[in-house]
Design a protein around this ligand. Structure first.
Ligand SMILES: Nc1ncnc2c1ncn2[C@@H]1O[C@H](COP(=O)(O)OP(=O)(O)OP(=O)(O)O)[C@@H](O)[C@H]1O
Ligand SMILES: [Mg+2]
Length: 248
């Protein structure tokens, strides 16, 4: 992959309707993103002026000490929260001017989010959990089931399609959660310590599968992890220092 940053490319004025523009656009950009929280009289400035570009298909690890703002950053990038300043761009689209419905639609169609804990819906089977985001996006049930089964099989869960989350192992649950995050073919996958709840051996296995499927799908990914070996297997690593995102 070219090392030219997609910011260079996206800086060019896009011509509406021109073929290939979406191909050259970065999947995710953070422009001067800031976020603070008030704690008593104090204002905690967690993110100050975050600049970041995630190119299409690129996999980046985010490794930083506890409390530095990794989850905060991922929630902003995933349009789950709003920055105090700056803008989050998804495929070149500025999100600050979108209303709630617009943010929700963009999140559903373009962003997959994986949490440390799986958050699967307990009353639905594995395959149904992976179908649900697709049904919400208006995909026909038959097509949604096909996609869900295909994804779960690629995560080695072909024999667990009808299992309820409560009957699955931690590794199986997390594989299902990753499959669900990929269900709507997002442009961006955000993962907040996706294997942090698993024992080391299971975490490594799940991680290898996550990387393989993410590459197969061509999804750009930003993955927070405390595991430096896992981080080293990604395209590059960034860290948070003094509220800024910097290269490692
Ligand atoms: N909703 C909130 N209200 C107040 N403070 C918050 C809120 N969310 C996060 N913080 C504070 O912001 C800082 C960064 O939190 P964050 O959860 O983003 O860190 P982290 O890097 O993900 O840490 P960890 O590795 O432990 O998950 C912490 O000091 C935290 O207490
Ligand atoms: Mg966190």
């Amino acid at each position: 992959m070219s090392k030219m940053s997609s910011r260079d490319m996206s800086a060019e004025t896009p011509v509406k309707g021109e073929e290939g523009i979406a191909e050259t656009m970065a999947a995710l950009e953070l422009e001067g993103v800031a976020r603070s929280f008030s704690s008593g009289d104090e204002e905690l400035q967690i993110l100050k002026n975050v600049q970041f570009t995630l190119s299409k298909g690129e996999i980046v690890s985010l490794v930083a000490p506890s409390g530095t703002g990794k989850s905060t950053l991922l929630h902003l990038a995933g349009l789950l929260e709003k920055p105090n300043a700056g803008d989050v761009l998804i495929k070149g689209q500025k999100t600050s001017r979108l209303n709630e419905a617009g943010r929700t639609a963009l999140r559903r169609d373009e962003i997959g989010f994986v949490y440390q804990f799986h958050h699967l819906l307990g009353e639905f089977s594995a395959v149904e959990n992976v179908m649900l985001p697709q049904l919400a996006a208006g995909i026909a049930p038959r097509q949604a089931r096909e996609r869900a089964e295909d994804l779960l099989k690629r995560f080695g869960l072909g024999h667990r399609l009808e299992a309820l989350p409560g009957r699955m192992s931690g590794g199986e649950q997390q594989r299902t959660a990753i499959a669900r995050a990929l269900a709507n073919k997002p442009s961006v996958l955000l993962a907040d310590e996706p294997t942090g709840n698993l024992d080391t051996k299971t975490a490594d296995l799940v991680f290898v599968e996550l990387m393989r499927v993410v590459r197969e799908e061509g999804v750009a990914a930003l993955i927070a992890t405390h595991n430096e070996t896992l981080a080293a297997s990604m395209d590059r690593t960034v860290t948070l220092t003094d509220g800024q995102l910097v290269a490692c």
